[in-house]
Design a protein around this ligand. Structure first.
Ligand SMILES: NC(=O)c1ccc[n+]([C@@H]2O[C@H](COP(=O)([O-])OP(=O)(O)OC[C@H]3O[C@@H](n4cnc5c(N)ncnc54)[C@H](O)[C@@H]3O)[C@@H](O)[C@H]2O)c1
Length: 354
């Protein structure tokens, strides 16, 4: 006789705005989980999402959801400044926690979240979804196995969306500006690929009248492995461009990951140069051509929305199988330390150690 199936993990979603839709995909049709409750300060949004997600109950006060005994784990998708308060309350209520990026808006908050999770023996995982993007995972493999000695990491964000509406227009709710909100992805991804940073030098300027805070940022990162990183970001480009390309050059090879912008990745989400030859990875399900020539000989899953479902499925697996998450509270905190170092360096106009 086989083992009796374990009970499904009861998921409570807190904050049911835009990103909760993409998170929900990893819980729905998942044998190991079910969304049992949702909470949003906007009661009608909560009720509408309850119906869409097939949850049993909706709350307008998240503390009621935390008292709900059918909830084993929460997924926190609220504005940044609320992440730590809600994550700590959830851990104290004995719920496992997935919190969206940025983990919190200060390093101290991150530390308090980590302590609360440890004290209450619950999992804490941070929504670093870009680590669950197969071209980024393949890049890490290529760095480790194929490109010889890594030399330079270049990453960028050309962001055509002005973050000047709703809570994103309030620097206090964001915890900074566009750099914290959008470029934390660039920083945690850089660390995922290259390991620990040791020094950061950054410059931030604001040139557009319709942006809220910094809108052009340049960062130089020294990594402990000797690699030099460069990040260039802006929120001034044409709407709706979202080009967050990454390049890694090593002594034996070059890797280029295209941004998530659909038309760019339809061509080739990932390219790799070695031994005088380019290999193009083609987006699975979208055979692409350049002129009359078919592109590439390798397929890769490169569907950006799926990164959120990959993340939430991983959260469920970690809780269900009592596994260590691929993105821990410590990783979330380190990303915030990098963000803070960038702001500090720009203010001091000199490099800072990290
Ligand atoms: N990983 C990513 O790529 C990614 C992408 C988008 C957003 N995010 C992050 O997800 C979070 C949410 O972003 P969004 O775009 O979904 O924002 P949103 O404004 O669409 O949704 C936020 C929701 O939280 C609700 N809310 C606000 N205060 C609340 C409270 N006290 N209790 C319960 N609900 C409350 C709001 O009513 C709203 O429905 C942010 O931290 C953002 O940085 C991450």
């Amino acid at each position: 006789m086989g083992e009796a199936p374990k009970k499904k993990i009861g998921i409570g979603m807190i904050g049911t705005g835009n990103i909760s839709d993409l998170h929900s995909v990893g819980y729905r049709n998942n044998d190991k989980a079910k969304i049992v409750a949702v909470a949003d300060i906007n009661a009608s949004v909560a009720e509408q999402k309850r119906a869409v997600f097939g949850a049993d109950r909706s709350y307008s006060d998240y503390s009621q959801l935390l008292k709900d005994e059918t909830v084993d784990a929460v997924d926190i998708c609220v504005p940044n400044f609320l992440h730590s308060t809600i994550a700590i309350a959830a851990a104290e209520a004995g719920k496992h926690v997935l919190v969206e990026k940025p983990m919190a808006i200060t390093v101290k908050e991150c530390e308090e979240m980590i302590s609360a999770a440890k004290r209450n023996r619950v999992k804490l995982i941070v929504g670093h979804n870009q680590i669950f993007y197969p071209p980024h995972q393949e890049t890490k493999r290529l760095i480790e196995a194929e490109i010889g000695r890594p030399i330079l990491l270049l990453t960028r964000l050309h962001n055509g969306f002005r973050q000047n509406k709703g809570w994103r227009a309030d620097p206090k709710a964001v915890g900074g500006g566009f750099f914290l909100e959008a470029c934390v992805h660039r920083l945690y991804l850089s660390r995922y690929l290259m390991g620990e940073p040791s020094k950061i030098f950054s410059r931030m300027t604001k040139i557009f009248p319709d942006t809220v805070a910094e809108d052009i940022v340049q960062v130089i990162v020294d990594f402990e492995n000797g690699v030099q990183g460069s990040l260039i970001a802006n929120e001034g480009g044409p709407f709706p461009l979202w080009d967050d390309r990454t390049e890694v050059i090593g002594s034996d090879g070059l890797i280029i990951v295209n941004g998530f912008e659909e038309q760019a990745i339809a061509g080739s989400p990932l390219m790799f140069y070695k031994n005088g030859k380019w290999t193009h990875y083609v987006k699975r399900g979208h055979p692409a051509t350049v002129g009359d020539s078919p592109l590439g000989n390798l397929e890769i899953e490169a569907d950006f929305p799926k990164t959120y479902a990959n993340l939430t499925r991983h959260f469920v697996d970690c809780v269900y199988e009592d596994k260590k998450p691929d993105v821990t509270g410590e990783d979330g905190k380190r990303a915030i330390e990098m963000v803070q170092a960038c702001y500090e360096s720009a203010k001091l106009e000199r490099p800072v150690s990290i």
